[in-house]
Design a protein around this ligand. Structure first.
Ligand SMILES: NC(=O)c1ccc[n+]([C@@H]2O[C@H](COP(=O)([O-])OP(=O)(O)OC[C@H]3O[C@@H](n4cnc5c(N)ncnc54)[C@H](OP(=O)(O)O)[C@@H]3O)[C@@H](O)[C@H]2O)c1
Length: 305
């Protein structure tokens, strides 16, 4: 296990899907974790950012907070950009002034989905929706403000035993429905929030810098992911493929978001295959209470029960 023993870490968004996993992983790796949530630190209110540095004097700031409501962002692009772009730039500048390193998360939604092979870390970004543009603004701001001291982790299709997420919703619906129709024309890599948090710690422990991709191993469509969840839960529910066009949503989704993992493999080896990671999460899911969040891959955009 990579060591972060004694490192002081300020974590934003500790109540989110990824944030909750980070709290556990960072502590397990020996870090002294200071969690900041709204309203104490609110990315929409930049004056609150200074609080991060008062109590913790952090070696690292880990930003698990973001505006993640993809469809709502079409109507609230200014707010999404303030939280995911401008505030992230201010946070990065504050880290630069205080000598802290920044870990920040981004998404496959910064790409337009036209790739046909895994997307390298340095591929040109070209977002096709407001949320993607806001996250792209955050990426640019981090690189500009903190060129040598950031770890920018792009991830995709995150699920966990907690929070609103696709895997959890399918598992719940499969228990009561006969048929689920799920989109089969978006391809990507699912990511267990707990695996993401562990690999984040491993990368921090190696003092990795720059832009990296972290997801589960393998790739699939949402239909294939749903089919695996149904099979793993032992449900008799039938899963049928359908197209994205059958679910008109305010925000366009990229059709292909498979992130290339080779740089991450070279640093910390391979992660867990997605089917295996999903199976582990399903086992834990039974005990976890449901918490509603406006997460990036909110299930209502991908399936009809
Ligand atoms: N979920 C995915 O599929 C996915 C895919 C790719 C990338 N990502 C990225 O991964 C990161 C974590 O996402 P997630 O899925 O864990 O999101 P999430 O479950 O929606 O959690 C987001 C967290 O951010 C906090 N937050 C929202 N607005 C804030 C503000 N103005 N000030 C301070 N905190 C604020 C929320 O606080 P409250 O608890 O107070 O609401 C929540 O704790 C984000 O950068 C996201 O863009 C996610």
């Amino acid at each position: 296990m990579a060591e972060l023993r004694g490192a002081r870490v300020a974590l934003l968004g500790g109540r989110g899907m990824v944030g909750r996993a980070l709290v556990e992983s960072l502590a397990r790796h020996g870090a002294e974790v200071h969690v900041y949530s709204r309203p104490e630190v609110d990315l929409a209110r930049p004056s609150t950012l200074a609080r991060i540095f008062e109590r913790a004097r952090p070696d690292w700031v880990v930003n698990g907070a973001a505006y993640t409501a993809v469809d709502r962002a079409e109507e609230e692009e200014a707010l999404a950009t303030r939280v995911n772009g401008e505030a992230v730039g201010l946070l990065a500048r504050a880290c630069a002034e205080r000598g802290a390193k920044l870990v920040h998360y981004s998404t496959d939604y910064v790409f337009d989905g036209s790739a046909r092979a895994p997307i390298p870390v340095d591929a040109a970004i070209a977002p096709i929706n407001a949320y993607g543009r806001s996250k792209a603004a955050g990426e640019i701001a981090v690189r500009e403000a903190l060129p040598g001291a950031h770890l920018l982790i792009r991830t995709s299709w995150v699920y966990a035993p907690w929070g609103t997420n696709f895997v959890r919703t399918i598992a719940e619906l499969a228990a009561t429905r006969d048929v689920l129709r799920v989109v089969d024309d978006q391809r990507g890599r699912p990511t267990s929030a707990e695996e993401l948090a562990e690999r984040t710690c491993a990368l921090m422990g190696r003092d990795a810098r720059g832009t990296l991709h972290v997801t589960d191993e393998g790739e699939c469509t949402w239909y294939e992911l749903a089919s695996a969840v149904v099979e793993l839960t032992g449900s008799r529910c039938r899963v049928e493929p359908c197209t994205t066009d059958e679910f008109p949503r305010p925000a366009r989704r990229p059709a292909y978001g498979v992130l290339d993992l080779s740089k991450t493999h070279a640093l910390v080896g391979h992660g867990r295959p997605w089917r295996e990671a999903v199976a582990r999460v399903l086992e834990k899911m039974v005990e976890a209470p449901r918490v509603e969040l406006g997460s990036e891959n909110a299930p209502d955009s991908l399936l009809r029960a």
